[in-house]
Write a new protein. Sequence first.
Length: 255
Amino acid sequence: MLLTVDIGNTNVVMGLMPTRGELASQLRFPTDKRRTVREFMDGFEALVAMHGFDFSDVTGAVVSSVVPELTESVVASVRAKTNLEPLVVNYKMNLGFSIDMDTPERLGVDMIADAAGAVNDYDGALAIFDMGTATTCSVLTSDRTYIGSIIYPGVVISQDALTAQCSQLPFIKFEKPKGLIGKNTVECMYSGVLYSNAATIDGLIDRIADELGEPVTAIATGGVSRMIVPACRRKIVHDPNLLLKGLWDLYKLNA
Ligand SMILES: Nc1ncnc2c1ncn2[C@@H]1O[C@H](COP(=O)(O)OP(=O)(O)OP(=O)(O)O)[C@@H](O)[C@H]1O
Ligand SMILES: CC(C)(CO)[C@@H](O)C(=O)NCCC(=O)O
Ligand SMILES: [K+]
């Protein structure tokens, strides 16, 4: 069983993965750069105990991090608890695709993991939307080259910025709007969250396909994709476990 850790800007997700992309046990911590090795070690302890597993069930470990401040603490805690050297995802390993970017070393490894999972599951040119703290769109051509990405503010942080900057706009916890055109502030904001993000995705898919000169398969993943994708007009495959599948595939290719 594989021990996985995905260090994102909002959450650190630890998991135990017996089969590709499926977590048998998981623990989510809010991302906090002050977290200590001890806290992560306790986390792994809880993760393993939660479903009656034992550390001897863990045969490998893989870590992906877009928060460099936390990577070393997590790696040290994995070592301490499992005696395994975790595979830390980076752009130089065997990925199953090539990267054609100015500074591949800067490309977020969450996007690398998404792409690694996607090239094994989908043919042709790909546009992979990952809707987390940021929304990202990774673009791969049909010859399995990662040619670039698009990065913009995530659904939640853009909403929070709107509320913070406008005194008459309240804090909202997203709900599905009754319709496109709101009749009161909160309904107007619900509509804004949903349809601005959905329309952006539709528009980006069209533009990417135009630029590549071939149709693209659009895939969406990440915490917030479940609420946005149903409002999109383009065909989009919702693949919530894509990054986890990528971690599994990267481990198989590199361990
Ligand atoms: N089902 C949901 N409904 C509403 N908001 C959500 C949902 N899931 C996640 N969020 C919010 O979306 C944001 C990103 O969440 P996610 O779990 O994707 O974070 P993350 O994996 O740490 O981020 P990243 O993908 O940037 O690494 C957070 O602000 C989170 O609170
Ligand atoms: C864009 C985010 C924040 C999305 O999680 C992450 O992938 C990241 O920090 N990337 C580094 C910059 C880049 O990908 O070019
Ligand atoms: K992130």
